[in-house]
Write a protein that binds this ligand. Structure first.
Ligand code: SF4
Length: 426
């Protein structure tokens, strides 16, 4: 990355700034997973990895604009394999570097069933949960996936259905805010089986539910016997109906929440806000500052292997943030890429895509072109429009219909711009 570009965060004044911490330790490797992850025994002890995270904070924080965090998200991998004191060490290092948690910060811990504490000690999981709460966790995200023991086995998960019930029962009994991760369209899964998963999940009173349609390459063994596109669309519609009648509403393509319990951290990803990713393979984003940047937003990410991550941190000692980043892991967005990202992410959220904002950020020609591309989706019943502001030329907002949510890829494909399509839009 050339130093002239000076693409740091310091010029960005954003209403929200979040940190993501990647914990790549897993008890098993699930057959469908494409995250950066390793089996526990293939990585050094967690304490050593936490030291590296702290080193990353110390060496790079200076290039960023110290600001209280609106969110801290511990994802993985399996962050619940950490000790609460490991999380405190990361949190305190961030605070020392100028990134304390703001007074009402959202702090999420991803949990795999069965990792909250030893199962043979009835008191232990509760005290472990309390320890997480004491270090500031406000929200748990449980990677339950399904209550069907056979399907769980097919995905390669090590936890049992009994583990899931035990952990959900505990979080529910303690009155805590938790997300339930639901995986659907599993091999051979019927609509009725999915309905049963939802029924059981709702019995624990989650305030948030993420519903992910299994995505694997065409020739992957998990693709055998799966629901086709139309059946998947029916599944998605059924999920929305059931959740809605339980007071849990869709606010993003795959995410549903009791109003007020939307994931503030994940909303950063869909609203062009900056975030800093720490740890192996973690991604960061910094939006464009109009008038100052010659690029349209910046993405950069860490190496995905321990060896390369450690090497980069060693190199970072005494160097600036950008000198220490390898150029092949920094992407200065071109206008057609930024436009594509903006349209995709804003359409994903329930409040929809505001065309007036598109015109402000990318120009009138880009806004007009987006309207032209979206027209067949409106006619085809995949999108609805709403007038935002009378008298404003682009005062229209697009959002998905229930059918459109289920077939969103068809819409998003139409909004994917190629490089040679940009000049006519500028
Ligand atoms: S536990 Fe999660 S991160 Fe680990 S392999 Fe399974 S799906 Fe991937």
């Amino acid at each position: 990355m050339s130093s002239e570009s000076n693409p740091d965060f310091r010029s960005v004044s954003a209403p929200a700034f979040g940190v993501y911490v990647h914990i790549p330790y897993c008890l098993q490797i699930c057959t469908y997973c494409d995250f950066v992850k390793f089996e526990v025994g293939d990585l050094p002890p967690m304490g050593r990895y936490v030291d590296l995270l702290r080193e990353e904070i110390r060496s790079r924080a200076e290039s960023l604009n110290p600001t209280p965090l609106s969110s801290l998200y511990l994802g993985g991998g399996t962050p619940s394999l950490m000790r609460p004191e490991d999380m405190v060490a990361v949190r305190d290092e961030l605070a020392r570097a100028g990134f304390p948690l703001s007074a009402n910060a959202e702090v999420t811990l991803e949990v795999n069933p069965g990792t909250l504490g030893p199962v043979d000690d009835a008191d232990s999981p509760q005290s472990r949960v309390q320890a997480w709460l004491d270090c500031g966790v406000t929200r748990f995200s449980v990677g339950a996936q399904t209550f069907n023991a056979e399907l769980l086995k097919v995905t390669g998960r090590k936890h049992s259905v009994a583990d899931t019930h035990r952990d959900l029962e505990l979080l529910s009994r303690m009155g805590l805010n938790f997300n339930f991760d639901l995986l659907f369209a599993l091999p051979g899964q019927s609509l009725r089986e999915l309905e049963e998963d939802l029924r059981q999940a709702l019995a624990y009173g989650p305030r948030h539910l993420s519903a992910y349609c299994l995505t694997v390459p065409e020739k992957h063994p998990l693709n055998r016997g799966r629901a086709g596109d139309e059946e998947q669309a029916d599944m998605f519609e059924m999920i929305e109906e059931r959740l809605q009648s339980a007071g849990i509403f869709r606010y993003e393509l795959s995410n549903f929440a009791v109003p007020g319990f939307e994931s503030r951290h994940n909303l950063l990803y869909w609203s062009d806000q900056p975030y800093w990713g720490l740890g192996m393979g973690a991604h960061s984003y910094r939006p464009r500052t109009a008038g100052q940047d010659d690029f349209w937003g910046l993405r950069f990410w860490n190496p995905a292997t321990l060896k390369a991550y450690e090497h980069e941190l060693r190199e970072a000692r005494g160097a600036s943030f950008w000198q220490s980043m390898s150029a092949d892991r920094v992407e200065a967005l071109k206008p057609h890429e930024a436009l594509t990202d903006y349209l995709h992410t804003h359409l994903r959220v329930q409040r929809g895509l505001d065309i007036e904002r598109v015109a402000e950020k990318f120009g009138r020609a880009a806004a007009q072109d987006a309207i032209r591309r979206l027209a067949p989706c409106v006619e085809g019943g995949l999108l609805r429009t709403r007038t935002n502001s009378q008298g404003v030329s682009f005062g229209v907002n697009y959002h998905f219909t229930p059918r459109g949510h289920a077939l969103a890829n068809r819409v998003l494909e139409r909004l994917t711009y190629l490089q040679d399509e940009w000049p006519s839009l500028s």
